[in-house]
Every structure is written in structure tokens, then in C-alpha cells.
Design a protein around this ligand. Structure first.
Ligand SMILES: Nc1ncnc2c1ncn2[C@@H]1O[C@H](COP(=O)(O)OP(=O)(O)O)[C@@H](O)[C@H]1O
Ligand SMILES: [Mg+2]
Length: 286
């Protein structure tokens, strides 16, 4: 039996998906001292916490659970991937858009409003319909609405105002981008492009969780450059960047900080899990 290396890695999770299984397999292959830590069953009390890890890989299904646990471990002096700053920059789509636009990275015209009147002003500022309304924080293409006219805008806003949580009352609007039946998901680790897939579907929502087909995508220099810039703008780490293609250029849509990558690994043949473990080792050493 081979001895484990000194590196103490914790995989912080809620459910164990195929993505987490791939990481566990790679950690074992590399003989890391791996602790599998279910965030749902911990008491995050700094006065009673006993364990120390060189690096914690945050892979919780719930962004709320993952984010609170990340804050906890960081305050106890441990390194968490992705850091709370990166997680917040990505989880909040409005903040991601602000960072992209601040760094002059091509992105989709956007605005945030809290009321119908301001929403109508934003529609004019963004050049009219169609628009997309989405939650400031969300995933898997859930709760997105494509809005074609004032009637549907009013209906959606009323629903959110009456039935929504306080966060859903924040109306994050984006110009609708006419995509060529697909978008691109690019995996970037440590500010370097690892691989990418096209997500193809006849529906305007192209998440694989919503049935889009994954196909290998070759990354050219132009796409690579924009992804590296976008990654740096949110603070680096392990990221899944969503890109739209237009006639003229690539646009960054959003950036995911706990990406699912099993489909990417399957269709590209790139061992993303191995890259993730390698990055954990580098961060632990730094
Ligand atoms: N402004 C937009 N124009 C056209 N399609 C969009 C737009 N915003 C989102 N989509 C489609 O919806 C999908 C999900 O939106 P996204 O912002 O990535 O949220 P999620 O976090 O739920 O994945 C995108 O991958 C894309 O296919
Ligand atoms: Mg997305």
C-alpha cells in the first residue's frame, strides 16, 4: 500500500454527484489524505471545531450552504476553493456583469431594477424587447423568462412582487441574444482554459440540465483570451464560463463557481477532475 501524501484535502459537499465521485477517484489516485465532509451535518462553531485541512474544495449543491461554510473555514485560516470572494462574484449575476463591464470584457447589456416603472425605463435603455429576466442568483436555467412585450413584463413583475422572496424582487434584466442554437461552456482553472463544450438545443435555454446536448468545442485564441480575462475579473479559481456567439464576437453571459463538469469530461475526453486535484495541490503549496 502506498503512503498518503501529507496534503490534507477536504471535499465539502452535500449530495455526492458523478462530478464529486470523479474528484474522489482522482484524490485517491494521487494518494491525498482526503476527508469527505458533508456540510449539512457539521456544526460550524469556531470554538468547537477540531479539524484542520490544507485545502477545502467546496462542492455543495446549495450555494447558501457552500458560501457560509466557505466563510467559516476561511475565518479559521484555511484555504477554500473557490474563495468566498470568487464565489460571491460569480453567484451574484449582477455583480459578475458589473465586474465584466468594469474590466471591459464583452458581455450582454444589463440592468437591475426593483419596480415596473424602472423596468420599463431599463427596457428603453437596453434597446427594447426581447429581454431576459433572471434571478440575481440561480442555476440550471431555472426561473428565467424571455420577455417580448410590456404585457408579459408587467405580468412577470407582478408575480415576483407578490409571490417572490425578497431576492426575487430584484429584477436583473439582460438584452436577449439570438444564439445559433447553442452556447459554449468553457472550463477555466487557474486562469487557464482547460476545455470547452457546445451546448446544443432548439430551445433558447441551453443548460445541459435542461436537455441540451454536449459536443466538444475547440477553443481558439480569441475565445481563450476572453475567458482568461473573465476568469481574472472574478478572481480566478475553478470556473465554468458561459459564452454566447454572435456574428461579431463572443460575449460572456455568466460565470459558475461550482460547475458541474461530468458532461464536459465525457465529451472532450479531458480529465477535468485531475486538473481540479492538481489545482488543489498547487493552492495547498502556495
Ligand atoms: N440574455 C440571454 N439571451 C439569450 N439566451 C440567454 C440569455 N440569458 C440566458 N440565456 C440562456 O439561458 C441559459 C441559462 O442562463 P444563465 O444566465 O446561464 O443562468 P443559469 O445560472 O441558470 O445557468 C443560458 O445558458 C442561455 O442558453
Ligand atoms: Mg449558466
Amino acid at each position: 500500500m502506498k503512503l498518503k501524501t501529507g496534503l490534507k484535502l477536504a471535499l465539502l459537499h452535500s449530495t455526492i454527484r458523478e462530478d464529486e465521485k470523479l474528484i474522489i477517484r482522482e484524490a485517491e489516485k494521487n494518494h491525498l489524505d482526503l476527508t469527505i465532509l458533508d456540510a449539512r451535518y457539521q456544526v460550524f462553531n469556531p470554538h468547537s471545531w477540531q479539524n484542520y485541512f490544507d485545502v477545502i474544495l467546496e462542492r455543495c449543491l446549495s450555494t447558501t450552504v457552500g458560501f457560509q461554510a466557505t466563510l467559516f473555514f476561511e475565518r479559521l485560516g484555511m484555504k477554500v476553493i473557490n474563495s468566498s470572494i470568487v464565489a460571491n462574484n460569480c453567484d451574484n449575476k449582477f455583480l459578475t456583469s458589473l465586474l465584466l463591464s468594469e474590466h471591459k470584457i464583452p458581455t450582454i447589456p444589463f440592468a437591475l431594477v426593483f419596480n415596473e416603472d424602472q423596468a420599463k425605463q431599463a427596457v428603453k435603455q437596453l434597446g427594447g424587447y426581447p429581454l431576459v429576466i433572471k434571478p440575481v442568483s440561480g442555476s440550471w436555467g431555472r426561473l428565467l423568462a424571455k420577455v417580448n412585450d410590456d404585457d408579459s413584463l408587467e405580468g412577470i413583475i407582478e408575480q415576483k412582487q407578490v409571490l417572490g422572496s425578497p431576492m426575487q424582487k430584484a429584477l436583473y434584466l439582460q438584452k436577449y441574444v439570438n444564439k445559433p442554437g447553442r452556447d459554449i461552456r468553457v472550463v477555466v482553472i487557474a486562469n487557464q482554459v482547460v476545455c470547452a463544450i457546445y451546448r446544443e438545443t432548439s430551445h433558447w435555454i441551453t443548460n445541459t440540465a435542461r436537455g441540451a446536448q454536449a459536443k466538444n468545442c475547440k477553443v481558439d485564441q480569441k475565445l481563450s483570451e476572453i475567458c482568461v480575462k473573465a476568469s481574472s475579473a472574478v478572481g480566478g479559481g475553478i470556473l465554468g464560463i458561459d459564452i454566447f456567439e454572435t456574428d461579431k464576437r463572443f460575449l460572456v453571459n455568466e460565470i459558475n463557481h461550482t460547475m458541474e463538469y461530468k458532461n464536459v469530461q465525457r465529451v472532450t475526453g479531458v480529465n477535468v477532475a485531475a486538473e481540479i486535484i492538481h489545482f488543489c495541490q498547487e493552492v495547498a503549496k502556495s
